[in-house]
Design a protein around this ligand. Structure first.
Ligand code: SF4
Ligand code: SF4
Length: 150
C-alpha cells in the first residue's frame, strides 16, 4: 500500500510503505477480531422487522418524521454517507469498536472491544477518532501520529 505524504523525503518513501503495510495488516486483524466478536455476541440486536425496518437496541421503534422521507434503517449508521445494506464498505475501525450506552455495562463484549481499542490506540497508534472515515484516511492519520509521536 502506498500513501503519499509530505512527512518524509522521497528517499524514505520505501520505509514509509513498509510501515504502512504492517499497520494495514494490524488494522485488518483488529478489525476482523472485533467483527467476529460482534457477530458472536450480537450486542446491538440488529434485526429487520416484518415490515422491512432495520432496528437495533437503541433505535427499537419506527419513528416517522412528518413531511420527510421515511427511513428504513434506525442504527447509529443512519446518517452516514457510506452506509450500505451489507455493512460498512469502508472498514471503519473507530465505528467497529464503538458501542452506545444502550449496551449494558459489564457485558463481555464491552470489555473485549475496550481492550482492542487500547491495543489499537496505545500500542499501534491507530487514530480512532473521528468516526466515519475510510481505512486509508485512518492509516494516514495514524502515520502522522507515529511520525510526530502523538
Ligand atoms: S463508516 Fe461507520 S457509520 Fe458509516 S457505514 Fe461504516 S460503520 Fe457505519
Ligand atoms: S451501537 Fe447503539 S445505536 Fe449503534 S447499532 Fe448498536 S445499539 Fe444501535
Amino acid at each position: 500500500m502506498t500513501i503519499q505524504t509530505e512527512l518524509m523525503p522521497t528517499g524514505e518513501q520505501l520505509l514509509l510503505d513498509y510501515i504502512l503495510d504492517d499497520l494495514s495488516a494490524i488494522y485488518d486483524r483488529i478489525y476482523n477480531i472485533a467483527d467476529r466478536l460482534i457477530k458472536k455476541h450480537n450486542p446491538c440486536n440488529i434485526h429487520t422487522t416484518k415490515t422491512g425496518y432495520t432496528l437495533c437496541k437503541q433505535y427499537n421503534t419506527v419513528r416517522s418524521v412528518k413531511g420527510k422521507e421515511e427511513k428504513r434503517h434506525y442504527l447509529c449508521c443512519t446518517a452516514c454517507e457510506y452506509q450500505s445494506k451489507t455493512g460498512c464498505p469502508i472498514k471503519c475501525l473507530p465505528c467497529k469498536l464503538f458501542l452506545c450506552g444502550s449496551i449494558p455495562n459489564g457485558r463481555v463484549i464491552i470489555d473485549r472491544l475496550y481492550r482492542l481499542k487500547v491495543i489499537a490506540e496505545r500500542k499501534y497508534k491507530i487514530a480512532l477518532f473521528p468516526y466515519y472515515r475510510t481505512k486509508n484516511e485512518i492509516l494516514k492519520d495514524s502515520l502522522r501520529k507515529i511520525s510526530y509521536g502523538r
